[in-house]
Design a protein around this ligand. Sequence first.
Ligand code: PA5
Length: 327
Amino acid sequence: MIEQFPDTLVSGIRIAQDFNALFNKDNIENIYVSGMGGSGIGAEFVYSFVKDELKIPFAVGKSYDLPAWVNQNTLLILSSYSGNTEETIEVLKKGIHQSAKVVVISSGGTMMRLAIENNLSFVKLPSDWSSPRACLGFSIAAQLGVLFKIGLISEKKWAELLECADFIKTESSQIQEKSKKLAESLFGKMIVIYSSERIEPVALRFRQQINENAKRLCWHHVVPEMNHNELVGWRKSDDELAVLFLLNSDDSDRISQRMDLTKDVVSHFAGSVISLFSKGKNTIERSLYLVHLLDYASVHLAFLNGVDPVEVKVIDFLKSELAAAKD
Ligand code: PA5
């Protein structure tokens, strides 16, 4: 599934090209995207890709709540691969109640049914994928496509996504080689990920992929914020800790200096410190290059750990217990 990531970007772009809003596209004053887990992470990427040109506020929600400021001038995007995630369904119902301009992005389920019944706009994703987190390419392309078709982002930004799919394909064999080596150096360690705030979605994605694919705990934080708190926690040597620094060529000088100093402090205490550099000519390429490499690394780690990267039985268990508790 990970191998197909660039193809999912391309087919996601094709699917999104056909999107037509069923609401009045004028007067959109803000954007709110709601989704959980593998269907929520796409929104974090989309915001990080468009914030340099988007003129209106963009917020991401990962729970049952919908802020009171969401109204008839809000573009409300609901992202759930299955269409059956209860938090996102509840936000969808609240969005209808608060008269938001709703777009459902899903492969089916209750959410697609509600979208059709209520004459809402939607993007229908292919329904034959077993893992929502492997559908990140569809999710990013669909959300970015909705913003483009509504006229909220430039054609240049939209074109960058398509170019990125080609870029990742070109880099593919080198990415696979690097990911294997990285996984070997992280194997058996408690992994800590640090990145600049600009590419936090990449750090969060790797953390979630280590959790769900490699079945291990992990944490991440960002510079500069961690320089003001978490850094003080580095006082005790621990050989079990492997710290991965995700470095971005367009980080500002001050962020680069902070990264270097943070690395110096941390290397006195951690078992190992590894630096991984992004590649690409813009934020989309640099972020998704790292995502692809780290997604592969998470699967190599799963194999090294002797676990099945696909199953998430404990999430299924929790969802079914919660459904039973409702009846
Ligand atoms: O990776 C997963 O399976 C989860 O993180 C799901 O994405 C999450 O539980 C939400 O489900 P859905 O993507 O169907 O809304």
